[in-house]
Design a protein around this ligand. Structure first.
Ligand SMILES: Nc1nc2c(ncn2[C@@H]2O[C@H](COP(=O)(O)OP(=O)(O)O)[C@@H](O)[C@H]2O)c(=O)[nH]1
Ligand SMILES: [Mg+2]
Length: 324
């Protein structure tokens, strides 16, 4: 059993017996970087468990988001975007995404419907031809394209996979097309049990999501090489009374380290008079308070760890390992 928490309560609830006709299964979300895989998963389960940003390769871990309805339990598996790796970290990410292709009941191949298919989509399509897992093509970001352009693009994506398949148009941003997508998924899921309690949301511990919320702010607030060079580790997470007086409300004290590869990056992250680090702290703390439903005192440290993306030991320490 993996370490698992409901996002808002650390209590486990028992797994009930599934009613007759109940469907369940694992649904892998694959596609090239930045097409909106994580945004779509968050939208489908109705909670933010995966961080998202305009920076390619935001997602670094395979993570599950679970949707339970009266008739089905769908376990979505978000993956890092499949791309050509340039260092050990990239290699681990792509390996983990590809593992998912063969270990799920259904695959959602997400494409960006505002652009024609590129070599990245082609590469994934070729890999998908080789698995026996059924595939749905999801054309995301329809909120951003004109109806005329939509038709041409629809055709080119239809031809990406053999036999030709009709892409399902959606917008993870606005929620358009979610009903249809869920129906299509439901139609292809096998009958099965509850794999998790009905209120279970993700396989990721709160500690992991908190680290990710800090990394998300780094991705959103900094530029150029910084986002790719950053890893965040939560050093400690302790719940304490907010004051010394009796019956004081509780506050969670979190200490986290942001690792970068160079001194210059450290300088940028800290910013003039510490302003950048302060902003990263404030923004991520607000999101953590929502997640944990309580007050948080967040302390951030920045540390230089040269070439960590090519170090086996560092990758292991930061939680980026090949999964099987
Ligand atoms: N306009 C629009 N943008 C989207 C949509 N879905 C995702 N995005 C944006 O695309 C970027 C990448 O999203 P993300 O979920 O991190 O992509 P991933 O790398 O595939 O997981 C982010 O800036 C999202 O806000 C959508 O349906 N419409
Ligand atoms: Mg992602």
């Amino acid at each position: 059993m993996t370490e698992a928490y409901h996002a808002s309560s650390a209590e486990f609830t028992p797994i009930p017996q599934a009613p007759k006709g109940f469907k369940s299964g694992f649904v892998g979300i694959v596609g090239r970087p930045n097409v909106g895989k994580s945004t779509l998963m968050n939208r489908l389960i109705g909670e933010k468990v995966a961080i998202t940003s305009p920076v390619a390769q935001t997602t670094r871990n395979r993570l599950q988001g679970v949707l339970t309805t009266p008739n089905a339990q769908i376990i979505f598996v978000d993956t890092p975007g499949i791309h050509k790796p340039h260092h050990l970290l990239g290699e681990v990410l792509v390996f983990n995404a590809q593992q998912v292709m063969n270990s799920v009941d259904l695959l959602l191949f997400i494409v960006d419907s505002t652009e024609p298919p590129g070599p990245g989509d082609q590469f994934i399509a070729e890999q998908l031809q080789q698995t026996s897992v059924p595939v749905l093509i999801i054309a995301n970001k329809v909120d951003q394209r004109s109806p005329k352009r939509a038709l041409d693009l629809q055709q080119s994506y239809r031809e990406l996979l053999e036999p030709y398949r009709e892409p399902i148009p959606v917008s993870a941003r606005t929620g358009k097309g979610m009903e249809k997508l869920l129906t299509a998924i439901g139609n292809r899921l096998p009958k099965g049990p509850y794999y998790y309690p009905p209120d279970y949301l993700t396989d990721q511990p709160e500690r992991f999501i908190c680290a990710e919320l800090i990394r998300e702010q780094v991705l959103l607030l900094t530029e150029q090489e910084i986002p790719h060079s950053v890893a965040v580790v939560i050093e400690s997470m302790k719940v304490r009374p907010a004051h010394t007086r009796k019956n004081s409300p509780m506050i969670t004290h979190i200490q986290a380290t942001i690792h970068v590869e160079r001194d210059s990056q450290k300088g940028i992250l800290i910013g003039k008079e510490g302003r950048m680090l302060k902003e990263i702290g404030t923004q991520s703390r607000k999101r953590m308070e929502k997640l944990l439903d309580g007050s948080i005192f967040l302390e951030l440290f920045v540390k230089v760890n040269p070439r960590w993306r090519s170090s086996n030991a560092a990758l292991k320490e930061f939680g980026y390992q090949k999964e099987r």
